[in-house]
Design a protein around this ligand. Sequence first.
Ligand code: IMP
Length: 424
Amino acid sequence: MPRNRVVLGLQWGDEGKGKVIDLLACEADLVVRCQGGANAGHTVVVGGKKTVLHLLPSGVLNENARCVIGHGVVLDPVALCHELDDLLAGGSDVAKRLVVADRAHLVLPSHPHLDRAQEAAKGASKVGTTLRGIGPCYTDKAARIGIRAGELCDLKACEAKVREHIAKSNVIAKALGAEPLDVETAMAAWLPSARRIAPLVTDSISILHEAMGAGRSFLFEGAQGAQLDLDVGNYPYVTSSNTGIGGILTGSGLSHKQLGQVIGVVKAYSTRVGSGPFATELNDARGEALRQRGREFGSTTGRPRRCGWLDLVIVGYACRLNGIDAIALTKLDILDGERELPMCVGYRLDGKVLDGPPARIEDLARVEPVYETLPGWTTPSTGARTFEALPKQAQDYVRFIEKRIGVPVKWIGTGAGRDEIIVR
Ligand code: IMP
């Protein structure tokens, strides 16, 4: 059993990482988020109450685990307080075991405001962001004008900086055609949460290194997915952080030697929210059927997700780039009843077949998927607890993926329930 594990999404996010994390978190002493922010969304049930986690690691459900929000995360104090309150209402006082990195950048009231203004100004070419201020916050970080959580130790000075930030951002918002943000209203909503988070902020790097030295076990949780990576995803239709193994390293402060097993989560078909090319998208009744059966509606924004066949070009690419040791295949049961199952094994572009996505978004939008079609299955896979209990065609579907990608499928999700998962 590996002591440390990393869980990464290998498609466009929403692969069902939460379920895999839920299974693995019970073996972890620390659960760590390293990148992204409140754009992520994972629905959990605590004390019979449904809560959507955005910022907290999903492994928070393990009551014995220490939760760490690493410095690569962009932290929205208001969103974090909502989550803490929701979990508290379900009987779980997470704040007692939560560490917030002092180097994490704060999402300020001006960031979601600018996110909305930028998206509106882009019109038809908008990214389709979650409007959580993620891009503007990372922009400020790279421009070296951001404010970090460590600043909260001097709340008065921090407040002055936030006010100044809002005033400057209002100039940009105005240039983009948006109304300015009212500073007093914004501060009244932001400050109480910032004040509440301040005592949780600390030197997370020292804590992580000490725990590693003491032999504690770690679960690192990636957010979003490989195709949304800022560098190797479908730029510009991406998020503003590195969603792969690089983001885990730079966002935690640990070394590559300490990360352990790298698990890639792959949904048995494809989904995407927001704009951008999607080679295997089904704009027909079959896509709609997948959406309904798979309940494919965003947990952060409620938007219907675009659905399509499994794309092994992008999965293989993500495995190569991230050194994936094992795949967790989720939602296999959603394919129950499909007559046949095309899987994309290549992209045809200008007469050539590519085994990875081209860099230019215009080229990616032109690729033609090359399909291999496998027979579907009529008997349900739902609830199967062993590989052998799956319909033969479902076993063949899994084996095809393993053979094509060269990575073993170690977990298979066969239902929504916590224990509806095959461990091989
Ligand atoms: P942002 O991260 O809010 O800036 O959004 C950029 C793109 O990433 C948009 O297409 C979003 O729909 C997508 N995105 C961001 N977070 C997630 C997620 O957790 N799941 C799926 N898509 C996401």
